[in-house]
Design a binder for this molecule. Structure first.
Ligand SMILES: Nc1ncnc2c1ncn2[C@@H]1O[C@H](COP(=O)(O)OP(=O)(O)O)[C@@H](O)[C@H]1O
Ligand SMILES: [Mg+2]
Length: 326
């Protein structure tokens, strides 16, 4: 199969456990399970783009090799056809006799935390019923959305957001393989804006590579544009206006920057948080700003008026910085 038209997240998906970046603890432990031939039911949970699906698929490849197709069933638990469909598929798969293989079959259930409680209970019974010749690997973003009875049947592994070093390794490998030219500050911005999510890092990198002409260098602005995040200069302009100018002018500057860059208020707020990270502030000031912005973000998510929320942002920052100076 040609890999030319594949999205990079597929093209560069790790094909062995060795290729999974970061998550050493998980990789080491599951590798030991595989070596001992004693695989428990597994639960991988953590934020998107950290390697949950990749790790279980790489493990399954190492376990089954050419038999992968016969031995592994990948299902999406949030399948909108409902738990009955999922249950039937599991039943068919788990109860087919294996003529050429011995050992466990593996069922990978993605997005299990999207299942209703009733569906999770049904799943728990299915797991019990087929434990004799089947192992389950449940993937989820949040473990607290899973039923305790289901949790207690699995060995749990938390996937953390990937550290920069892990993102870097793969991003650099892709830059090399695709022969991209990227400015050093653009690469830095890419790593930072990805926030530990490798899927995002690769998708943004691919979007940037499509945006440049052959041989042209990917610039920092381009990275910000592809992410939909404000450029640091623009955030600084607004922040400056808030700190130094009066209210009306601060609001005008904010509105103008948002318009020219097409920014939602929350994007701008995320930009403030990133920049304020690098400021030296009293803890009290920092807390006041973050607390205030948190409330405003919640207000926005509840459908609050843009004008009121925008002015509130200005108020929160002005207030906190005036207290800092006092
Ligand atoms: N730890 C990792 N090491 C290497 N690549 C990764 C890692 N995590 C994610 N990726 C990349 O991001 C894509 C999405 O990863 P995936 O395993 O599906 O994440 P999750 O299931 O946690 O959302 C993969 O195709 C792979 O290219
Ligand atoms: Mg996944």
């Amino acid at each position: 199969m040609s890999t030319e038209n594949l999205p990079w997240v597929e093209k560069y998906r790790p094909s062995t456990l060795d290729e999974v970046n970061g998550q050493q603890h998980v990789v080491q432990t599951v590798r030991k399970f595989a070596k001992d031939g004693r695989i428990p039911h597994l639960l991988f949970y953590g934020p998107p783009g950290t390697g949950k699906t990749s790790t279980i698929i790489a493990l399954a490849r190492e376990l089954y090799g050419k038999n992968y197709r016969n031995m592994v069933l990948e299902l999406n638990a949030s399948d909108d056809r409902g738990i009955d469909v999922v249950r039937d598929q599991i039943k068919n798969f788990a109860s087919t006799r294996q003529i050429f293989n011995s050992g466990f079959k593996l069922i990978i259930l993605d997005e299990a935390d999207a299942m209703s409680n009733a569906a999770q209970n049904a799943l728990r019974r299915v797991i019990e019923k087929y434990t004799k010749n089947t192992r389950f690997c449940i993937l989820a973003n949040y473990s607290h959305k899973l039923n305790p009875a289901l949790l207690s049947r699995c060995t749990r592994f938390r996937f953390s957001p990937l550290p920069d070093s892990a993102l870097q390794e793969r991003v650099d490998a892709v830059i090399k393989a695709e022969r991209l030219r990227i400015a050093p500050d653009a690469r830095e911005a890419l790593l930072e804006l990805s926030e530990g999510d490798m899927r995002r890092a690769l998708n943004v990198l691919q979007a940037c590579s499509t945006a440049v002409d052959d041989g042209e260098e990917i610039s920092q602005d381009m990275v910000y544009e592809c992410v939909g995040a404000p450029r640091p200069q623009s955030v600084n302009t607004v922040l400056d206006a808030i700190m130094k100018n009066d209210w009306t002018d601060a609001y005008a500057t904010m509105t103008k920057v948002r318009k020219t860059e097409g920014l939602a208020l929350v994007d701008l707020m995320a930009g403030f948080v990133r920049i304020l990270d690098g400021f030296e502030l009293r803890p009290r000031t920092r807390t006041a700003i973050l607390h205030g912005l948190g409330d405003i973000e919640y207000g926005i998510s509840k459908g609050g008026s843009d004008k009121i929320q925008s002015t509130a942002v200005i108020g929160v920052i002005k207030n906190a910085l005036e207290n800092e100076a006092a």
